[in-house]
Design a protein around this ligand. Structure first.
Ligand code: C2E
Ligand code: CA
Ligand code: CA
Length: 698
């Protein structure tokens, strides 16, 4: 009898062992229960039933007693195998029990038992057997296994205990063998090879590769009993030792932890933690891919660089948390506007990059940038307050503006530079002149730094006079740059560059100190006149954290009278561009300074907002002199509103006697313009005052 018990009806009994042989009665192919047990005792195979749950022999035949060196079945049954069972063996047994519960399988393995410490190698056939109480027990049939080489025995043992999952599949992918570890992991024991993969495409060309290379190693997500896991698989072409047919030997290890750690590290390295957008890492690769796609599909690709206007102000005045919130809001908005194929990245502090394919389905190059501007025109709520978020966008398009990632990025950067130098909310496409302009700006920027150190700035003063008496009542300090090579340069050519370069606060502080000193000087003259001096304060300077402190200290430092210094600020300061504008202006007023709105009427036609601000006066912009020439209806309106607010009014850019007469007739008391005088150097300004004083004394 080989392996399984024969169910032949006749039984041949060995004559030499006759002593207690019973007569066997076989009726209709059935044997008596007690005889059956005796038959088991005669087998050359050890047969036993093992209780998984209590780790005890439930029943065993005589051969088993012999192999296990048991004196009796009772003695064998009384052995507690759980007492010195290793966790690995315990787990393996649990595994068998599960396997038998889920499917009707049998396994054949080589085991080494150690009854009384002596190794006994058995070839064991195992299957499940259901006990009357419903529990699953193990039915074993073991044969002594003398012929195996130690090498084979050891490798069989290793196969049993290793945590590496080893399995054998037919060429068609049917499961032929799984070691214990593999059985423990696989969802069912019969799952065909390809059905194990979470993504079928992971194994798409696998067999082809293995046929060609004989072996292939890869990492893929695999369905297991404990859910999807990352496995590293090595698949080798081989032959099934039983059938000789071609087969695949697969060894797998679970690399989930390693893989997830790697993925997380890669995510962290390639993404910005605040916004979840890509960062600069790997950007080059992704942009190159987009560019390839554009070339292939004959489409255009646009590279947008986007910069938030005055982000620093939000950060400085509302705090970093508000700044972070703003960045997250912008990132979310970008994500919602961009398509799934587009690349969005945070490129620096408040700079973002979007790369998108355009030029198809009515999407003109540049259309995305304009859509962004429209979307950001709606105010955002930050820290409970509505705020407008200004954007500057520069972009370059493939193919017309460049055909490599580097070139397109450089050109988008130049376009952004251009967009930032003008009014906010601009979307500017690259053009070739920009490079020249940028180079000029860079040169000026470097020059400006030197100018500050070398004291190259000077102030000219333009008198402000009374429309009736033509007496000078005030003077505005206007900045000039005495350039060693280029001569005298006006503020329109460098103030905006100084603002961008962050130099305006230092320059502005110099201006304020000069004006304060002059104010003290004029107060001390023997012909002292109650003259007010005006100076221009840039919005950027106003939002600088050191500005208020500096202005507070100025009277003490220079002895000036702040109530005779007026600070000219533009409408934009009041209209929400500068956070905490009102608080800042109120503090300045509390120090005694006068606050005047410059270039009035150019920003918003609505005067109502002035109510809420501590304003002493307004300067009507010089564009309204045209209106005076045409009847002056707008200026009349401005004057009546200013009167209602109790604000002083100065008319700027007055060039003709007619304009001055009109102003005088219509109740505007002060004017400034070429009619009275152009801005002049300090000594000229002082001599004007002196002359006026002498004339008055006559
Ligand atoms: P603003 O504050 O509106 O200054 C008046 C400008 O109008 C001056 O130009 C002045 O020369 C010019 N102007 C005066 N009267 C007339 C006239 O009758 N007709 C015409 N067409 N123009 C007239 P300027 O000196 O070139 O200054 C330009 C701008 O530069 C100023 O405009 C001001 O916004 C800015 N600026 C000047 N100095 C400073 C400064 O110290 N700091 C800051 N932040 N900005 C300054
Ligand atoms: Ca001014
Ligand atoms: Ca002005």
């Amino acid at each position: 009898m080989e392996g399984k018990l024969s169910n032949r009806a006749e039984l041949f009994v060995n004559e030499s062992e006759v002593e207690n042989t019973a007569t066997i009665d076989i009726a209709e192919g059935k044997v008596d229960q007690s005889i059956l047990l005796e038959l088991y005792d005669r087998l050359d195979a050890a047969v036993w039933i093992f209780d998984f749950d209590h780790k005890r022999y439930l029943w065993a035949n005589r051969k088993t007693l012999e192999i296990t060196d048991a004196v009796s079945l009772e003695e064998l049954q009384s052995r507690d195998l759980g007492a010195d069972m290793s966790p690995a063996v315990e787990q393996r047994l649990r595994q068998y029990q599960q396997d038998f519960c889920t499917s009707d399988v049998s396994f054949s393995e080589i085991w080494t038992l150690y009854p009384k410490g002596q190794p006994k190698v058995l070839q064991i056939a195992m299957s499940g057997i259901r006990l009357r109480d419903g529990r699953m027990a193990l039915l074993c049939e073991g044969r002594e296994h003398h012929k195996q080489q130690p090498e084979t025995l050891r490798s069989a043992e290793a196969l049993l205990h290793t945590s590496v999952m080893i399995s054998l599949f037919s060429k068609e992918g049917a499961s032929l063998y799984r070691n214990t570890a593999s059985r423990a992991a696989s969802v069912t024991l019969e799952t065909p090879f390809l059905d194990q993969f979470v993504h079928a495409e992971d194994a798409k060309d696998l067999f082809e590769i293995v046929e060609r290379e004989r072996t292939h190693k890869f990492v893929a997500r695999v369905k297991t009993r404990s859910g999807p896991r990352w496995h590293e698989l090595t698949v080798r072409a081989c032959h099934d030792a039983v059938t000789g047919q071609p087969a695949y030997l697969v060894s797998e290890t679970d690399v989930t932890e390693l893989h997830e750690t790697k993925e997380r590290a890669q995510y962290l390295a390639s993404h910005d933690t605040l916004t979840g957008l890509s960062n600069r890492t790997y950007l080059q690769e992704r942009l190159t891919l987009i560019l390839h796609a554009a070339k292939r599909k004959n489409q255009s690709a646009s590279f947008y660089l986007l910069d938030l206007d005055d982000f620093k102000l939000v950060n400085d005045s509302l705090g970093h948390a508000a700044g972070d919130t703003l960045l997250q809001m912008v990132a979310d908005e970008l994500k919602s506007l961009a398509g799934p194929e587009d690349v969005i990245a945070r490129h620096g502090g408040d700079e973002f990059l979007i790369c998108t394919l355009e030029g198809k389905k009515g999407k003109e190059p540049g259309s995305f940038g304009h859509a962004l501007l429209r979307s950001f025109a709606r105010p955002k709520v930050i820290e409970g307050k509505q705020r407008k978020v200004g954007l500057s966008i520069g972009y370059a398009c493939f193919p017309q503006d460049g055909d490599t990632v580097d070139e397109l990025m450089r050109h988008a950067d130049l376009a952004l530079y251009q967009a930032k130098s003008g009014a906010s909310n601009k979307c500017v496409q690259f053009d070739a002149h920009m490079r020249q302009l940028r180079d000029e700006h860079r040169a000026i920027r470097k020059d400006l730094e030197r100018a500050l150190k070398e004291d190259e700035f000077i102030l000219h003063y333009q008198p402000i006079a009374c429309t009736r008496s033509d007496r000078v009542v005030s003077g505005e300090a206007l900045l000039r740059w005495q350039h060693p090579e280029r001569g005298l340069i006006g503020p329109d050519d460098f103030v905006h560059i100084a603002e961008e370069a962050g130099l305006i606060s230092d320059i502005g502080a110099w201006v304020a100190r000069e004006v304060a000193k002059l104010q003290t000087h004029i107060d001390g003259l023997d012909y002292a006149v109650p003259l007010t001096l005006a100076l221009n304060v840039s919005p950027r300077q106003l939002s600088d954290t050191g500005f208020l402190g500096f202005m507070k200290s100025l009277p003490e430092q220079t002895g000036c009278a702040p109530d005779r210094i007026s600070l000219e600020i533009t409408e934009s300061v009041i209209l929400g561009d500068i956070p905490n504008a009102r608080e800042t202006l109120t503090t300045l007023k509390a120090c005694g300074y006068q606050v005047v709105i410059d270039d009035f009427g150019t920003g918003y036609s609505n005067l109502a907002y002035l109510h809420n601000y501590p304003i002493d006066g307004i300067k009507i912009d010089r564009v309204f002199m045209e209106d005076i020439n045409a009847g002056g209806e707008i200026v009349k309106l401005i004057l009546s509103l200013a009167t209602a607010l109790g604000a002083d009014v100065v008319a700027e850019g007055v060039e003709t006697i007619e304009q001055r007469s009109w102003l005088s007739r219509n109740g505007c008391n002060r004017y400034q313009g070429y009619l009275y005088s152009r801005p002049v150097p300090l000594d000229r300004f002082l001599s004007m005052l002196e002359t006026q004083h002498r004339l008055a004394a006559m």
